[in-house]
Design a protein around this ligand. Structure first.
Ligand code: GLU
Length: 381
């Protein structure tokens, strides 16, 4: 019943992790990759729209150079450049056997965070899908500055791994389904590596805060772990899509998932779907500025979905410009929402805790009563 959503899905994003594309020696596992490509081609020919998100560039580059340790950022960036062309040549030549055309797309966090770029990316991806092409997406590690730029020290970046990237792509394209294939079976009720009695959860109807805590740290080889996969699932299910997390090492995994077999964990779409703009505000931008709010404002935002007024603000952290997305934080330092600010950080600081009637007197102008309008707030559940 729950798995019907998979069979009905028309627009599908599939993410391959490094650990399933390579073997124990770090070489490309050609039998596995070719079998994925064969199954994806079959899906494509049955009328589905397919977008691939693939890791593996750093790993393959590392292997080509005979390196084992690539923790230095510049080395990882160099490896990504070396491995990416290898990765693409495999996809391109294998899909050609099925008369399918692929397109390489390399993305950084700024491509989502800047709304103009985000919209332009969406147009291009839609055009490629319309042309019957399979977009093959990876993070552009070679130019990504996340690990280098000091500015990012305080910043919450929209993605730094391919799990979250695949979710951003699925949400941006209104995909019906995201399939994340890695070397884990799915979501367990406790850590299967330390608890032999851990049980796999086959269906998650509601990705509650409690279930979010089941996530743990990154897996070896890739950058994501169950935590990033759950964050990915949260974004996609709030965007009206379904998510499946399954083990890419299981034989014929793609065929099994699409036959509706009960493997992996399926996360069902949430009833209340976020609008495109609210998805972007809540999940697709890099966030630096923070607005700390009192309990009254927190309650009003969470329970009544109200705007944020200066009177409910207790502090402003970091600098931001008018029109940027900031975090709304409660007094226990928990991020409760994100929103687009109507005033820059300097002006916000001057009106902390005041009644909206006083804004004009204090600032010498007033464009809005609210610091953030309710239409520009996304509650993070
Ligand atoms: N972009 C990286 C690569 O291709 C992988 C990132 C990740 O593991 O999430 O190697």
């Amino acid at each position: 019943m729950d798995r019907a959503k998979i069979i009905e899905a028309k627009r599908i994003v599939i993410k391959f992790g490094t650990n399933i594309l390579t073997n124990e020696e770090g070489d490309v596992s050609l039998p596995r990759v070719y079998s994925f490509i064969e199954d994806v081609s079959k899906l494509k020919k049955s009328g589905k729209e397919i977008i691939l998100v693939t890791s593996g560039a750093v790993g393959l580059g590392k292997k080509k150079l005979g390196l084992y340790n690539t923790e230095a950022v510049a080395m990882k960036q160099a490896c990504a450049a070396i491995g990416q062309s290898k990765l693409m040549s495999i996809y391109e030549s294998a899909f050609e056997q099925y008369n399918l055309v692929v397109a390489q797309i390399l993305l950084t966090e700024d491509d989502f965070s800047q709304r103009k770029k985000y919209l332009s990316l969406r147009t291009t991806l839609n055009k490629l899908i319309e042309l019957n092409v399979i977009p093959v997406i990876n993070q552009n590690d070679t130019v990504s500055t996340i690990e280098l730029d000091e500015l990012y020290n305080n910043m919450q970046v929209c993605f730094s791994d391919n799990d979250k990237l695949s979710a951003l792509v699925a949400s941006e394209l209104d995909a019906d389904l995201l399939v994340i294939l890695s070397d884990i079976e799915g979501l367990f009720d406790s850590n299967p590596k330390t608890n032999p009695d851990a049980k796999i959860i086959t269906v998650v109807e509601n990705l509650t805060t409690e279930i979010m805590t089941y996530g743990e740290s990154a897996s070896v080889g890739g950058r994501g772990g169950m935590k990033t996969k759950l964050e990915a699932a949260r974004l996609v299910t709030r965007s009206g899509g379904t998510v499946v997390i399954a083990n890419g090492k299981t034989a014929s995994v793609i065929n099994k998932v699409f036959a509706g077999e009960e493997i992996g964990t399926i996360f069902l779409p949430q009833e209340e779907m976020l609008s495109g703009k609210k998805r972007w505000i809540g999940y697709a931008t890099n966030v630096l500025g923070k607005i700390i709010v009192n309990n009254g404002a927190k309650k009003a935002i969470l329970e009544k979905e109200t705007s944020l007024l200066p009177i409910g603000v207790v502090d402003i952290v970091n600098e931001f410009k008018k029109g940027e997305v900031v975090s709304i934080i409660d007094e226990d330092e928990r991020e409760i929402a994100r929103g687009i600010v109507n005033y820059n950080s300097n002006d916000c600081k001057k009106i902390v805790g005041v009644h909206s009637d006083e804004i004009a007197k204090i600032l010498g102008y007033k464009n809005y009563d609210e610091i953030i309008n309710r239409d520009n707030i996304t509650i993070l559940e």
